[in-house]
Write a protein that binds this ligand. Structure first.
Ligand code: NAD
Length: 263
């Protein structure tokens, strides 16, 4: 995209934000690549060593060898060391301006909360890697605690209360979506007046229904993603550029325009 055209698109996003009273921010793996977590579809990284499709819920539950490999995968990304980046912080700024109804994320990295978004405003559709839970009794542990078990040589942790199978609190392929989160995300998507997608290929369903619900209910759609998505034709603005640099510029313009409106 040419520089002038890009700047015009970014200004359009800022205008939509200023005009909007209730924004949904919908995020995917692309918002976190600048934090060092590779996305699925770009080449290289951890996903070339581990194929998450191998770890379907059914295979995980049914085969101890799959669980052994899944626990290696659990540690393949240093989740506790990753830090939010400027795109996450821009979303926090938007929340502070009172613009954000909620953040609906497909990410399991917890970086929106770490950046400073209110935890109750973050809807995690695919769970979180920050916790581990027992599939039988529901007991929950912080990730750090289970990392210590793994450090001590336990390869396939089992619940210390009931002996049940333990699993990271993420939603695997073949596993049902969390009911409450999915329902709330749908309801809020249908009520917003602007949906901003940041860093998602929008091909993973049912999560990718959320921006569709927003558009169907009359909301405007903005897509900030390095590559084209299947929903581009429904969007008022599409920016094919990095999430961090784009959000920083969007925020600068929003702040400048908001200040000039006040004066
Ligand atoms: P995806 O991998 O399908 O798509 C990511 C999109 O982000 C791509 O289209 C890519 O062009 C774009 N992108 C990458 N870096 C970008 C950047 N810096 N700026 C702007 N755009 C960028 O991701 P998805 O749509 O979220 O779906 C994949 C699934 O994988 C999700 O369900 C998610 O749970 C899981 N996942 C999560 C993480 C995480 O938590 N950080 C990481 C990898 C995968």
């Amino acid at each position: 995209m040419k520089k002038d055209a890009l700047e015009a698109q970014i200004e359009k996003i800022a205008d939509l934000i200023i005009q909007s009273g209730s924004i949904i921010v919908f995020t995917g793996a692309g918002i976190s690549t600048e934090s060092g977590i590779p996305d699925f579809r770009s080449p290289g990284g951890v996903w070339t060593k581990f194929d998450p499709r191998e770890f379907t819920y059914q295979r995980f539950v049914g085969d101890i060898e799959v669980r052994r490999k899944a626990w290696q995968f659990f540690r393949a990304i240093p989740w506790t060391e990753v830090k939010p980046n400027r795109a996450h912080f821009a979303v926090v700024e938007l929340e502070k301006m009172g613009k954000v109804d909620c953040i609906i994320t497909q990410n399991i990295d917890g970086l929106h909360q770490m950046a400073g978004n209110t935890a109750t405003r973050v809807i995690e559709l695919h769970g979180t890697t920050r916790f581990v839970h027992c599939l039988k009794c529901g007991k929950r542990w912080p990730r750090d605690e289970i990392e210590q078990w793994l450090d001590q040589g336990i390869e396939v942790p089992m619940c210390d209360d009931c002996g049940g199978i333990m699993k990271s609190a993420t939603i695997s392929f073949g596993q049902s979506m969390p009911l409450e989160e999915t329902r709330e995300a749908e309801q809020r998507s249908r009520q917003c007046d602007l949906c901003i997608v940041i860093g998602s290929s929008l091909v993973v369903y049912p999560a990718a229904h959320m921006p569709v619900y927003a558009v169907q209910s009359g909301a405007k759609l903005v897509i900030i993603n390095r590559d084209p998505t299947p929903l581009d034709s429904a969007a008022s603005v599409v920016v094919n550029a990095g999430a961090g640099e784009t959000m920083v510029k969007v925020l600068e313009i929003v702040k400048a325009k908001a200040a000039s409106i006040r004066n």
